[in-house]
Design a protein around this ligand. Structure first.
Ligand code: SF4
Length: 409
């Protein structure tokens, strides 16, 4: 497959789609401007007729004031028509420039389909894809999926002779388990790739305090405002540093797996990031381990001796914030018990904030209830304990755990 051609076609289709959308929007603006103009014209006619019927002499009458207002509105509407038509002309010129691509991919559906097919084929050629890219960014949470995504990306980059293109970025919200940022850094250092730590202002708790509300599954501001939004400026800086005089190809690697949830199952292995792509960069989101099962992830960690966070050994299956707004009660209770075992202040800090803002952490229950349940279980069963390698033991058995421990000693 000719990767460069495929990438060029994807960009061509994107520009054609953008031009078609801009032209449609401009047409709509012209229609609205004419409607506004017609309404203003009707008002103008109405007050002219009215004043004429009254004999027309009294310039101080309310009808005269209304006429002057109608004249002003009419002039403004004419001005809007002129602007809208100029915009229509500009977008029409862009549309004409995109005519060959639009003839080939005339509808939004055609364009989406062609892009999806090309991206899917590109995902089958990771080494060629990396060769064609100018910058490869691994966005890591330092969790198990991110480690394997990093390991696979590095392997493909080495095979392509392009390890110098790879950079790692980690967002620290200040609400993660202790040691996460350091672990992310160590994971990048293992492969000798540059590491950037991003710390959004205020972090997770600052955002909740400001909004006086916790995020939830429908409004995941913690991921959109604190994790996704800071990515754009970082890409801008890194692309700028490349000093290219053409559009840069950027691969944004994520450790998203289809098996994690129904919505993640719908995601493609390789997708066009339309939000971050612009004239100077074509950004593709690369879910490089999308097809892996949880078992396969642990297998890859164990057989390559990849360092993972001890929280997995404690029985938590995700390396998220200590209290994740997407987690269910069982997960939150276990997280609280882990906090007790590690003597972490998080239960108290989060519960205090919950009381102060008067908004429950989850719709159905409060953190106070979670903490009470965790205390009760600790009183019944004793504090929870774990050993290094327990996560591998749980997923792959004792022999694999022993081998992993020997490998990482
Ligand atoms: S781990 Fe949960 S709470 Fe933390 S940023 Fe992600 S979705 Fe939000």
């Amino acid at each position: 497959m000719n990767v460069d051609n495929a990438l060029r076609t994807i960009e061509l289709i994107r520009c054609a789609g953008k031009a078609a959308t801009a032209y449609r929007a401009a047409q709509q603006t012209v229609r609205e401007a004419y409607e506004e103009h017609n309404a203003a014209q009707a008002q103008l006619n109405h007050w002219n007729d009215h004043i004429r019927a009254m004999g027309g002499g009294d310039r101080a009458s309310p009808a005269h004031a209304a006429l002057l207002a109608a004249v002003r509105e009419h002039q403004e509407a004419q001005q809007k028509i002129r602007k809208a038509e100029a915009r229509l002309q500009r977008t029409s010129a862009t549309l004409q420039a995109q005519r060959p691509a639009l003839n080939r991919y005339p509808t939004e559906r055609n364009r989406r389909r062609a892009t999806t097919v090309l991206l899917d084929r590109l995902a089958d050629h990771p080494v060629d894809l990396i060769r064609a890219a100018d910058l490869i960014i691994i966005q890591t949470s330092a969790g198990k999926d991110s480690i394997v995504a990093m390991h696979r990306t590095v392997a493909a980059a080495k095979a392509a002779g392009c390890l110098h293109k790879v950079r790692v970025m980690h967002c620290d919200l200040g609400s993660e388990w202790p040691g996460v940022a350091d672990l992310a850094r160590r994971q990048a250092e293992r492969y000798g790739i540059p590491f950037l730590l991003v710390t959004p202002d205020g972090g997770f708790l600052g955002m909740v305090e400001n909004r006086q509300m916790w995020p939830d599954a429908k409004r995941r501001l913690c991921t959109s405002a604190l994790k996704r939004d800071p990515t754009g400026p970082v890409i801008t800086t890194w692309v700028g540093e490349l000093g290219l005089h053409r559009q840069a190809i950027v691969l944004n690697v994520m450790g998203v797996r289809g098996a994690e949830s129904a919505s993640r199952a719908l995601k493609a292995r390789l997708a066009l990031d339309t939000r971050t792509t612009s004239a100077n960069r074509l950004v593709l989101t690369w879910n490089i381990i999308h097809e892996l099962s949880e078992q396969e992830v642990w297998q890859e960690i164990a057989s390559n001796g990849l360092e993972y966070h001890p929280i997995y050994d404690a029985g938590l299956e995700r390396l998220s914030c200590v209290y994740c707004v997407l987690a269910g009660p069982d997960w939150l209770i276990l997280a609280t018990r882990v906090c007790f075992a590690l003597e972490l202040p998080h239960p108290e800090t989060f519960a205090l904030l919950e009381r102060r803002i008067g908004h429950s952490f989850k719709q159905d229950f409060t953190l106070n209830a979670i903490i009470a349940a965790a205390r009760m279980l600790d009183a019944l069963d004793g504090p929870i304990t774990w050993r290094r390698g327990d996560a591998v033991r749980r997923h792959l058995g004792p022999t694999a755990a022993d081998q992993y421990l020997a490998l990482t000693r």
